[in-house]
Ligand binder design. Structure first.
Ligand code: IMP
Length: 435
């Protein structure tokens, strides 16, 4: 069962999904994003050229039919800017990129209102990407959101927009957030965006289901990561969408039975951007070394990422929620520098070992990680392409993780370029991609 596959983050995002999607996309006909917005930043390096994709699926770089599903929130300005940048770099976008008519539209006032929770004393600041993602999803769930189809229907758009604008102005003024917003100017700008977007917007659920019927293979590209999922992540320090594999059918309109396999992407250590509990965070100079060697700075916001050690209980949890068939391990080479490498093998809470992921942020913050020290290999792995060329201790490290998580590590990324990749001979991942 390997026809249609979800690739998603097994940690807190930034696992290197962009590279992995780019790597496997040649096995598929269509690549579709199913949640999030331009809070995501997928960095893909091809022959020395770097692309940072925020909304457009990474599959566009291999000429695949690329779809922005209904589960996304789309900032039209950001999308058009990204399309312009791709076209300027010689990537063909027109006729290859389609946007769901049911995707919700982000407006500048969503960003303004984000400051209501992020920058007010006494509120729990999440440390969001400040892209208006949360407030747009709030409008979606509150059933007052504006979708792509509404944006393209001028009469309807004006009516919906003016009603929404009135609500937002009341809230903005009541909470004294920012400066007055020029709602009329925004409306005019969005009417212009609508004309540029019109040729790309369609019923992508139909497009995808037609593709399935025609025997095409679909790759579902997750954004953020499982621990940032609104239901299963470290709530409330999460994003506002369903980043888990279960989000794929909801965010695209294909039936759940059309998703056949799930691949998790994980770093060989752990990072997190923004606030929230992080049991294995390393505050010492080794954490600093992970950040420096791993160049751990946000692709979208440039913020330094918090760095820490591999967390087996967390991976076991995300494997359970998503049902990973295989894992791709990225950035192994960042660990080349250490004499020994701590790995968290269990959580303790209130003096006892626990085998559940705590539900509250208070409990998650109180978790004490139990570490095992694994010997480092102190030799370069960057750029290796064959499993047998890995230092034996690096292989021991991977075997240890694999055994404890209970999911195979099918592929190891040893650098940002496509070629800097090790495929495990005989792994399930190769089998499910090649089927
Ligand atoms: P939001 O998605 O902008 O609302 O941010 C919510 C949380 O998710 C914050 O902690 C962000 O740092 C985090 N986040 C959102 N997108 C990404 C991503 O692509 N990678 C890593 N963290 C992200």
């Amino acid at each position: 069962m390997g026809r249609n596959v979800v690739v998603l983050g097994a940690q807190w995002g930034d696992e290197g999904k962009g590279k992995v999607v780019d790597l496997v996309a040649r096995h598929f006909d269509v690549v579709v994003r199913y949640q999030g917005g331009h809070n995501a930043g997928h960095t893909v390096r091809i022959q020395g050229r770097q692309f940072i994709l925020k909304l457009v699926p990474s599959g566009i770089l291999c000429g695949k039919l690329s779809v922005i599903g209904n589960g996304l929130v789309v900032d039209p300005g950001a999308l058009l800017e990204e399309i312009d940048a791709l076209e300027a770099a010689g990537v063909e976008v027109r006729g290859r990129l389609f946007v769901s008519n049911r995707a919700h539209v982000i407006f500048p006032f969503h960003r303004t209102l984000e400051r209501m929770t992020e920058a007010r004393p006494g509120r729990l600041a999440i440390g969001t990407t400040s892209r208006g993602i949360g407030p747009c999803y709030e409008d979606k769930v509150a059933r007052r959101g504006i979708r792509m189809a509404d944006l393209l229907d001028r009469e309807n758009f004006r009516q919906l927009y003016d009603a929404l604008a009135e609500d937002k102005e009341v809230v903005r003024a009541a909470f004294r957030i920012g400066e007055p917003v020029d709602f009329a100017a925004i409306r005019k700008q969005y009417e212009e965006y609508a004309e540029r977007l019109r040729p790309m917007v369609c019923d992508t659920a139909k497009l995808l289901n037609d593709a399935l019927r025609a025997g095409r293979r679909i790759l579902f590209e997750g954004a953020q990561g499982t621990m940032l999922d609104v239901d299963h992540g470290t709530y409330p320090f999460v994003t506002s969408s369903s980043a888990v594999a279960g989000g794929a059918p909801i965010g695209t309109g294909v039936p759940p039975t059309a998703v056949h396999a799930v691949v998790g992407v994980s770093k060989a250590y752990l990072t997190r951007v923004g606030a929230g509990p992080f049991p294995t965070e390393a505050f010492d100079e080794r954490g600093e070394a992970l950040r420096r060697v791993g160049v751990e700075f946000g692709a979208v916001t440039g913020r330094p990422r918090r760095c820490g050690w591999f967390d087996i209980p967390l991976l076991r949890y995300t494997a359970m929620i998503n049902g990973f068939d295989s894992l791709v391990m990225t950035k192994l080479d960042v660990l080349d520098q250490f004499d020994e490498i701590p790995v968290c093998v269990a959580y303790r809470l209130g003096g006892r070992e626990i085998d559940e992921m705590p539900a509250t942020h208070r409990a998650m913050t109180a978790v004490e990680p139990v570490y095992e020290m694994l010997p480092g290999w102190r030799s370069p792995t960057a750029g290796l392409t064959r499993y047998e060329d890995l230092p034996p201790r690096a292989r021991d490290y991977l075997n240890f993780l694999e055994e404890r998580i209970g999911v195979e590590i099918g592929c190891i990324s040893t650098g940002p370029e496509r070629e800097q990749t090790i495929w495990r001979p005989g792994c399930k991942l190769l089998e499910l991609l090649e089927r």
